[in-house]
Design a protein. Structure first.
Length: 150
């Protein structure tokens, strides 16, 4: 049990960040604080996926190029494809999958764009209502709909 926890210790801070971001989104009435909590939650999800995608002992999925000394066309690159090109026994190579990292890069870009749109909406709400607290916004909106002084 202790070995399993020590092997997965890096998930504990990520889980703490995730729950902190979720708590901030639900517990506060301030719109800027909610956006910060949402950003924290999104960052922790990205860290979680990157952490899961890590392959220990894995190499980048890049095919090694070697220059052939007897190539007739001025040192053209010859790509070595395992045992056939090298002339020796095939070695088991573990490659890391680049797809999760690419998807997380896309998620980071979408998260930054969402955060900027959210902050722009908060600025517009502040200009229109004069407040950014949830309860005060509900009261101001209700008073505008009913025409009552609030």
């Amino acid at each position: 049990m202790l070995d399993m926890l020590l092997e997965r210790f890096n998930y504990i801070p990520i889980l703490i960040l995730m729950m902190t971001g979720l708590y901030v989104v639900f517990a506060t009435g301030n719109l800027v604080k909610r956006l910060v909590g949402l950003s924290l939650f999104q960052t922790s999800v990205c860290l979680f996926y990157i952490n899961m995608a890590k392959v220990f002992g894995g190499q980048p999925p890049i095919v090694a190029e070697h220059h052939a000394p007897d190539a007739g066309d001025h040192g053209a690159a010859v790509v070595e494809h395992g045992a056939a090109a090298a002339g020796h026994a095939a070695e088991a190579v573990i490659y890391a999958n680049p797809l999760p990292h690419v998807l997380i890069l896309t998620a980071i870009v979408v998260g930054v764009a969402t955060l900027s749109v959210g902050l722009a909406l908060v600025v517009r709400i502040r200009e229109a209502y004069g407040v950014i607290e949830d309860d005060a916004l509900n009261t101001a909106d209700y008073s505008r709909e009913t025409g009552a002084a609030g």
